[in-house]
Write a protein that binds this ligand. Structure first.
Ligand SMILES: Nc1ncnc2c1ncn2[C@@H]1O[C@H](COP(=O)(O)OP(=O)(O)OP(=O)(O)O)[C@@H](O)[C@H]1O
Length: 285
């Protein structure tokens, strides 16, 4: 049974449409949702957590219909977005009072452990905390109600590498329980490269790529050639290209096959960022 199954999700806004978005988050897995600004990541996450009503599509969470079981699922899901902070006058210890009443599995001892781990003072008011500290508090709060599923919208954006790495470590520990799962959106492709098992890439409201991360890193490549050679490369062999100075670089989906077909051209491995940039810049899935 998967943790989240999204099928044929549609949402139309006056100048944007999420079209037939489908993907899965397996139990024990971390799925990274990537895409440029305005691609539809937040809209997708909002539809999954029931913050907006989709026009069409199906969302299942641990096998149950997300639309029908919203209330009981609340205990199992933790959602962290930039907006999910408490009142500015609250201190971390006040947050615990509120959460204790809302969540049946709220765990004070675990909460204190996370506050310690993240070096968060229990008495300091939220308005006195830095952006990174607020995000860590939101994550500590989310995890202390012992959810099965963690959904985060841009949890590491705007944070320094030390804080980002602390947060990624906590995600990694959380996922050790095979029942647990994480869906998180990010522009920071290096964070996803470190921790995600699957990458779902949304571009212009559509999923253009949904694959295990290791497969992408093993198979995709950047193939280079001179401007004169570029017209000889079959357009079906690349997903996007870039011209520069005297040459061209193309994103190819299968490094090995391309090495056989174009043995005289150089092909380097592609990063997740390369894959995102080339798809966004032009080319078909
Ligand atoms: N309530 C709304 N009414 C109208 N349009 C909206 C609404 N919410 C989002 N949109 C539009 O939907 C598109 C997708 O927005 P969304 O927030 O899902 O993108 P995103 O991928 O999360 O981007 P970012 O990385 O900038 O957060 C944008 O063009 C946005 O303007």
């Amino acid at each position: 049974m998967t943790a989240i199954r999204v099928e044929g999700l549609r949402k139309r806004y006056p100048r944007f449409e999420l079209q037939d978005v489908s993907f899965e988050v397996p139990r024990g897995g971390i799925v990274g949702l990537i895409g440029e600004n305005g691609a539809g990541k937040t809209t997708t996450i909002k539809a999954i957590v029931g913050a907006i009503r989709a026009d069409a599509g199906k969302i299942e969470i641990y096998g149950r219909d997300g639309a029908k079981h919203g209330k009981d699922l609340k205990q199992d899901i933790a959602v962290v977005t930039e907006e999910s902070f408490f009142h500015e006058e609250f201190a971390a210890k006040d947050v615990a009072h509120v959460m204790r009443r809302l969540y049946a599995r709220w765990d004070d001892a675990l909460y204190r452990q996370y506050l310690d781990r993240f070096h968060l003072p229990p008495d300091k008011r939220i308005k006195e905390l830095s952006k990174g500290m607020r995000m860590k508090l939101a994550i500590a709060t989310a995890l202390a109600h012992r959810p099965k599923l963690l959904i985060l919208d841009e949890p590491t954006s705007g944070l320094d590498p030390v804080v980002r790495s602390e947060i990624l470590d906590v995600f990694f520990d959380f996922i050790q329980d095979e029942e647990h799962a994480i869906l998180f959106s990010s522009h920071i492709t290096t964070d996803l490269e470190k921790i995600a098992d699957y990458i779902v890439f949304i571009h212009g409201g559509r999923v253009v790529l949904s694959r295990p991360k290791d497969e992408l890193l093993e198979q995709y490549g950047i193939m280079k050639c001179g401007l004169d050679e570029f017209p000889k490369v079959d357009a079906a062999d690349y997903a996007g290209f870039r011209r520069y100075g005297f040459g061209c670089e193309m994103l190819v989906r299968d490094r090995q096959a391309m090495r056989r077909k174009y043995p005289h051209l150089t092909i380097d491995p592609a990063s997740i960022e390369d894959i995102m940039l080339y798809y966004a810049r032009g080319g078909q899935a």
